[in-house]
Design a protein around this ligand. Structure first.
Ligand code: GLN
Length: 534
C-alpha cells in the first residue's frame, strides 16, 4: 500500500518546496523506495499552459503531454521520477471536472459543494498516485498556509489523513526562520504562526523543515518543537546551500530528514549510500574551465521562464568539467542593438522556445549573427523556426519569409500551422504536446550526437517547418536532420558546414538530467568550449 507525504509551506512563498520535496524523494529512492510526486496548484487556470511566463515561469511538459508547473522539472531532475498527467492538478482542473460532471447529470438531485464534492475530487487526484509499484507518494500543496485559495486542498489532505491508518500519511511543513540582521537574531515566531494557522484547520505537521540563512541553535530547536507541537528530532534545519541546488539532498541527509520521514511512516531505514553522488557533486562544485552561452529570449528578465534551459546547459557543463556562464539577452532590445555588442563574449548562442511577435526580429538577428560568424548555435522550437526564417531571408533572399504565426500574408511562409491544428480554436491544452518519435537522418551531426537513429522528444507547438520549401532550403545548405517517422514533420535542421548549428522543433531541455546531459546541449557546450579555446 502506498504511503503519502503532504508538503505544505508557511510564512512566505518561494521557499523551495519543490526542491525540498524532490531532494527528499531522491533520498528515499536511494534507500530503495519507489516514489511518485505531484504538485497541487491553487489557481483557477486548468493548467499553466495559457499563462504568461512572467506570471508563472516555465511550463514544463511531460511525456504524456501535460503542460505543468516548473516544480515538476525539479521532480524529474533531482528525484529522477517520471511525471505524468497525474503529477499536476490545479483548482481549475478539479473544479472543471466537478462542474462537467454536474452538467452531465452526475449529481442529479444533489447540491454540489466544496465539501464533499470538490474535496472528494481532490482526494481522488491524490490517490491517483497510488499503485502497487509506488511505496511513497509525495503531494506538494502550492501556496502558503493562510491563503484562501489553497484551503480546499488542505482540507482534502486533512480528510485524507483522517481516513487513513496510523503511519500511512504525514505532513511536512516547510517554513522560514528569518535572520534579523539589526538584532543579530533568528526568529521562530513566523513559523509558530504558520503552524498555528495549519492547526486551526485541523492539520498538525509531523515534521517541520526550517529554511534558514544561518544554523539554528539548540534553543531554536526547542522553541520550534514546543510551540509547533513537533518532536524536537523532527525539527529539521535546511541551511541555504551556497553553490548548487544539487547540494540540497546532501544537506537534508546530513539533518536526517529522510530517516525522520521513514520513522514517521513506520518504514525501515534501509541503507543509504551517497558516495558516488558526493563524488559527482564535487565535480559540479569544482569546474576546471568555463564558457559563456548567450540565451536570447523575450522573458529573459525572469530566470524561471527558461528554467529547464539553464539547467540543461548546467548539466552539459558538469559533464565537461566546465562552468557555463549565462549571458541573458533580451530579444526585443536586440532589435535596436548591434549584435556584436549585445552578444560580445558569447561562445555559443541559444534561442529557446516562445510565442507571439514581440522580439522575433531580435531572435532572427541573433540566428544570423551566429551563422555568419560561425558561433555555435542551438535553436529550440521557436528558436529553430527563427533560424529557418533567417536562412530563407538572408541566404535565399526571400525578404518576406516568415511564420504564419507572425505574418499570415507572407508569400514565403517557411513556417506554417501544423495540418492537425487547422480545425482547433481552443487555446488550452490543444498544441502538439508531449513525446513523439523522431527519426534522425543517417550521417547527420544530430545522429552522431544522439548515437542512434530513433529518438523520442517532448513537444509544445502549433507551427512547423513548411515542407513546400524543403528542397530550396536544403539545396542552399540548411539540411534536414530529423523528421517524424512518416517523414511529414521536419523535426531538426542543421548547417553541416558550421562548427555547430542545430535547430530542433522539440524541447530537449525537458529530458536533460544532472548526471545524463542531453546530447544536443552537450554538443552545444562542447562546441562553445572549443570556440572559446580558438
Ligand atoms: N510559437 C511556436 C509554435 O507554436 C513555437 C512554440 C515554442 O517555441 N514552444 O509553433
Amino acid at each position: 500500500m502506498t504511503k503519502h507525504i503532504f508538503v505544505t509551506g508557511g510564512v512566505v512563498s518561494s521557499l523551495g518546496k519543490g526542491i525540498t520535496a524532490a531532494a527528499l524523494a531522491m533520498l528515499l529512492e536511494k534507500r530503495g523506495y519507489k516514489v511518485a510526486m505531484q504538485k497541487l496548484d491553487p489557481y483557477l487556470n486548468v493548467d499553466p499552459g495559457t499563462m504568461n511566463p512572467y506570471q508563472h515561469g516555465e511550463v514544463f511538459v511531460t511525456d504524456d503531454g501535460a503542460e505543468t508547473d516548473l516544480d515538476l522539472g525539479h521532480y524529474e531532475r533531482i528525484a529522477g521520477v517520471r511525471c505524468s498527467q497525474a503529477s499536476n492538478y490545479t483548482s481549475g482542473r478539479i473544479y472543471g471536472n466537478v462542474i462537467a460532471r454536474e452538467r452531465a447529470g452526475g449529481y442529479l438531485g444533489g447540491t454540489v459543494q466544496v465539501i464533499p464534492h470538490i474535496t472528494n475530487e481532490i482526494k481522488d487526484a491524490m490517490r491517483s498516485l497510488h499503485s502497487e509499484q509506488i511505496d511513497i507518494a509525495i503531494s506538494e500543496i502550492g501556496g502558503t498556509a493562510g491563503d484562501i485559495e489553497s484551503l480546499p486542498f488542505l482540507e482534502a489532505a486533512r480528510q485524507f489523513k483522517l481516513e487513513s491508518g496510523a503511519h500511512e500519511v504525514i505532513f511536512l511543513h516547510l517554513t522560514l526562520v528569518p535572520y534579523i540582521r539589526a538584532a543579530g537574531e533568528l526568529k521562530t515566531k513566523p513559523s509558530q504562526h504558520s503552524v498555528a494557522m495549519l492547526r486551526g484547520i485541523g492539520i498538525t505537521p509531523d515534521i517541520l523543515v526550517c529554511r534558514t540563512e544561518i544554523p539554528l541553535e539548540e534553543d531554536h530547536f526547542q522553541k520550534l518543537s514546543l510551540f509547533c507541537n513537533v518532536p524536537e528530532r523532527c525539527v529539521i534545519e535546511e541551511l541555504d546551500v551556497r553553490n548548487s541546488i544539487y547540494e540540497v539532498p546532501l544537506e537534508l541527509a546530513r539533518q536526517k530528514l529522510d530517516e525522520c520521514v521513514l520513522e514517521q511512516l513506520a518504514l525501515e531505514a534501509r541503507p543509504l549510500d551517497l558516495g558516488s553522488y558526493r563524488l559527482w557533486l564535487d565535480g559540479v562544485l569544482h569546474p576546471v574551465k568555463e564558457c559563456t552561452v548567450a540565451v536570447v529570449g523575450k522573458y529573459i528578465k525572469l530566470r524561471d521562464a527558461y528554467k529547464s534551459i539553464y539547467e540543461a546547459l548546467h548539466h552539459a557543463g558538469i559533464a565537461a568539467s566546465a562552468k557555463v556562464n549565462f549571458l541573458p539577452v533580451e530579444s526585443e532590445t536586440l532589435e535596436h542593438e548591434n549584435p556584436a555588442t549585445a552578444l560580445a563574449g558569447a561562445d555559443a548562442i541559444l534561442i529557446p522556445g516562445g510565442f507571439g511577435n514581440r522580439g522575433i526580429l531580435g531572435k532572427i538577428k541573433a540566428a544570423e549573427y551566429a551563422r555568419v560568424n560561425h558561433i555555435p548555435f542551438l535553436g529550440i522550437c521557436l528558436g529553430m523556426q527563427c533560424a529557418v526564417i533567417e536562412f530563407a531571408r538572408n541566404k535565399l533572399g526571400w525578404q518576406d519569409a516568415d511564420s504564419t504565426e507572425f505574418a499570415p500574408e507572407s508569400t514565403h511562409p517557411v513556417i506554417a500551422l501544423l495540418e492537425s491544428q487547422k480545425q482547433i480554436s481552443d487555446k488550452g491544452g490543444t498544441m502538439r504536446l508531449g513525446a513523439y518519435p523522431c527519426k534522425l537522418i543517417r550521417g547527420s551531426r544530430s545522429e552522431k550526437l544522439y548515437g542512434c537513429e530513433n529518438i523520442s522528444e517532448r513537444h509544445r507547438h502549433r507551427f512547423e517547418y513548411n515542407g513546400i520549401y524543403r528542397k530550396a532550403l536544403e539545396d542552399a545548405g540548411l539540411r534536414v536532420a530529423g523528421t517524424s517517422p512518416d517523414g511529414n514533420i521536419v523535426e531538426m535542421v542543421e548547417l553541416p558546414e558550421e562548427p555547430f548549428y542545430v535547430g530542433c522543433q522539440f524541447h530537449p531541455e525537458f529530458q536533460s538530467r544532472p548526471q545524463q546531459p542531453h546530447p544536443l546541449f552537450a554538443g552545444l557546450v562542447n562546441a562553445a568550449l572549443d570556440n572559446r579555446k580558438a
